[in-house]
Design a protein around this ligand. Structure first.
Ligand SMILES: Nc1nc2c(ncn2[C@@H]2O[C@H](COP(=O)(O)OP(=O)(O)OP(=O)(O)O)[C@@H](O)[C@H]2O)c(=O)[nH]1
Ligand SMILES: [Mg+2]
Length: 196
């Protein structure tokens, strides 16, 4: 698959603000700062389509991007940053769950984890939750440029073990800095969108 066009079509904190549930969607989830918004920019080839920041907690809303006029990528706010106010944390749960549950068009949620680290308890919880709702199966290991290639395989093995992935479930390494992993990820997304 190639992304030829992309545009922000809705910014939402509640259901009434979502676009109509009439199109396939793939969402990006993961802890704050893992690189969800950066990945969206890389995939679309647009440097500043989504706002990116070195400080966690940049994306605070559900952002729906229309891709090729055919499907949407939904950039979700990240979880798990220490400084988040309690109200923000509580709203996060409601906001994310409200979206993930019962969204007909939602095909899959790509779970992003940092290739350098063992997935956190929250990553595991998120993955279990996605599996429960049949939305799992696409794991992305971000910031692949930050470790030597020799370490990547070992770290991916740890990610697989900690998340409890089956042998057929993919972990795709990506780097927005080196622009690697794009073809593989888009290929996988294309298959998900065509299938079921
Ligand atoms: N070296 C490197 N840095 C990256 C990569 N991807 C993202 N970053 C950096 O990581 C930081 C966070 O990126 P974001 O894309 O804003 O992260 P996010 O997951 O959207 O974060 P929230 O919106 O807070 O949930 C930024 O400083 C990015 O430049 C990568 O592949 N390599
Ligand atoms: Mg973001």
């Amino acid at each position: 698959m190639r992304i030829k066009s992309s545009e922000l079509m809705a910014v939402a904190v509640k259901k009434s603000q979502y676009p109509p549930d009439d199109m396939a969607e793939i969402a990006f989830a993961g802890r704050s700062n893992v690189g969800k918004s950066s990945l969206l920019n890389l995939l679309t080839g647009r440097k500043s389509l989504a706002r990116v920041s070195g400080n966690p907690g940049k994306t605070r809303t559900l952002n729906f991007y229309l891709i090729n006029g055919e499907f949407r990528i939904v950039d979700l706010p990240g979880y798990g940053y220490a400084k988040a106010a309690k109200t923000v944390t509580e709203n996060w749960g409601e906001m994310i769950e409200g979206y993930l549950k019962g969204r007909q068009g939602l095909k899959r949620v790509a779970l992003l984890v940092d290739i350098r680290h063992r997935p956190s308890a929250q990553d595991v919880q998120m993955h279990d939750w996605l599996r429960h709702y049949g939305l799992d199966g696409l794991t992305v290991a971000t910031k692949a440029d930050k470790i030597p290639r020799s370490e990547a395989a070992r770290n991916i093995k740890t990610i697989r073990e900690v998340l409890g992935l089956g042998p057929d479930e993919k972990v795709i390494p990506v780097s927005t800095l080196k622009k690697t992993g794009v073809d593989e990820l888009l290929g996988e997304m294309g298959m998900l969108l065509e299938g079921d």
